[in-house]
Design a protein around this ligand. Structure first.
Ligand code: GLY
Ligand code: MN
Ligand code: MN
Length: 467
């Protein structure tokens, strides 16, 4: 909600933020602030490239919910602390169904009103206030004096090729199905993203390509990273620069994990040094302006070459990834890709004498799992506008679902031997490896979108040698 009171601001959830920081405006300011501004010509843009794709997604959702009023909120800004917010991120379903990404206006709502033959769709948003209003100069959340120009209703309608109206014209109705509240609708908008359209695939390629350049930046900066006390932060910072220059930012918190930190699966503290002789695991992805994100991991020998034990573990993880890649074919279950990777992991750790049972016993679905101590996470997840995309899809559509051309998912096996794991010989302890690639399934099989990033142990060593 907007405010016209210069002493109160709101956070979008209609909770006033109490602050005594603001000063009243003197009369001379109030008398003059609204005048003296040049006319702004209204230039209506052509529809953006994704507009027809978003329209097709809306048509599919409309067909699935005949007669129901559907409400898809973009969501409000989330407070970080006191009167500062996190960077705004619209809800993924809202972005998918509107084509609005990094430039979405907070608190917009997409509404499907049932009409004969389907739905009439309207995007409600807070239009910019004109310069005669207090919002213009006094509202630090949305006033144009504070955050810069905002689009008019007509400009958004032209840009996204959808009808628009003022947010205050939107009224919730009893019986509305709301994304996030209604389970069936929430599931449907998640499952709608399982198979990507041509625009989404192009965006995924752009995200992966920008991420590849971010990894190149890290390799090129390795000497400086090693020389920095908190080298993991330097890794994060180097990648961040690429993510912000080329995209909207990172699609998730970068994991920069050197030495034993690599065994902590979501190490995002990133406050340790990057030490020669160790491996540094970097899991990072650029999110482009449309919100599509890559999710890529490379594990690099800091000094340029793998030790024999590091190489043995690394190449086993690669073997598992290759087995998963070979298993990924249209018509098989999503789950079978994970099973192919786990067969390699179980076989190798059994060969190394790390298991109290045989590999076959470990692979038993009910009584086994001993090898999972060294890789507790799954091998794959859907990827797209969310890093863990389609997470509200039903199990029979996701893990037990059938791989279909147009799906985009990760293949990311790993092996992690914690520093204090007494079940492994000392030489294994403190080594963590993950290799994560982003896969597009086509009629002809899987395409590794991130194949251009060095991947084998030899390729990785050559990459570091070029720096
Ligand atoms: N970066 C989170 C993941 O790989 O799933
Ligand atoms: Mn992942
Ligand atoms: Mn990842």
């Amino acid at each position: 909600m907007t405010t016209s009171d210069s002493d109160t601001i709101t956070d979008g959830t209609q909770t006033p933020r109490h602050t005594n920081r603001r000063q009243p405006f003197p009369q001379g300011f109030l008398d003059t602030i609204s005048t003296g501004w040049a006319e702004r010509p209204e230039l209506l843009p052509e529809p953006r490239e994704q507009a027809p794709f978003a329209a097709a997604r809306r048509a599919a959702l409309s067909a699935a919910f005949p007669g129901a009023r559907l409400v898809v909120p973009a969501g409000a800004s989330l407070p970080r602390s006191n009167d500062t917010d996190h960077p705004y991120r619209a809800h993924s379903a809202f972005a998918h169904l509107t084509g609005w990404g990094a430039d979405a206006v907070p608190e917009s709502v997409l509404v499907f009103d049932p009409v004969d033959g389907g739905h009439a769709v309207t995007l409600y948003l807070r239009e910019r206030a004109d310069r005669t209003t207090a919002e213009f100069y006094a509202d630090s959340e949305i006033g144009e004096f504070w955050i810069g120009p905002r689009p008019s209703l007509a400009a958004v309608a032209a840009d996204l090729a959808v009808a628009t109206d003022h947010l205050h014209a939107f009224a919730p109705v009893d019986g509305d199905l709301v994304v996030g509240d209604d389970d069936d609708l929430t599931r449907a908008v998640s499952e709608l993203r399982l198979v990507k359209d041509a625009y989404e695939i192009e965006q995924m390629r752009a995200a992966v390509d920008a991420t590849a350049r971010g990894f190149d930046d890290i390799v090129a900066s390795m000497d400086r990273i090693v020389a920095t006390a908190r080298g993991e932060r330097a890794v994060e910072g180097v990648f961040h620069q690429r993510a912000r220059i080329e995209g909207n930012g990172e699609g998730y918190e970068t994991i920069a994990a050197s030495g034993p930190h690599a065994c902590y699966l979501h190490w995002t503290r990133n406050d340790g040094p990057v030490v020669p002789g160790d491996l540094v695991l970097v899991d990072a992805g650029v999110e482009v302006d449309s919100y599509y994100t890559a999710d890529i991991t490379r594990t690099l020998p800091v000094s340029g070459t793998f030790t024999p034990i590091q190489r043995r573990i690394y190449e086993t993880v690669r073997e598992a990834a290759d087995a998963a890649f070979a298993a990924a074919r249209p018509g098989v279950t999503f789950r079978s890709v994970h099973e192919a990777a786990m067969r390699v992991i179980a076989t190798r750790v059994a060969e190394w004498g790390l298991l109290p049972v045989t590999a076959e016993e470990a692979l038993d679905a009910d009584a086994g799992g001993q090898h999972r101590r060294y890789m507790v996470h799954g091998t794959s997840h859907h990827l797209g506008i969310d890093v863990h995309d389609c997470a509200q899809a039903r199990r029979e559509m996701y893990y037990d679902g059938i791989l279909t051309p147009g799906m985009v998912f990760t293949i990311e096996p790993g092996l992690y031997f914690q520093i204090d794991d007494l079940t492994v010989p000392e030489e294994y302890r403190g080594i963590g490896v993950r290799i994560e690639d982003d896969i597009l399934l086509t009629e002809d099989g899987p395409v590794n979108l991130s194949a251009g990033i060095p991947r084998t142990a030899d390729e990785v060593e050559a990459w570091l040698a070029r720096r």
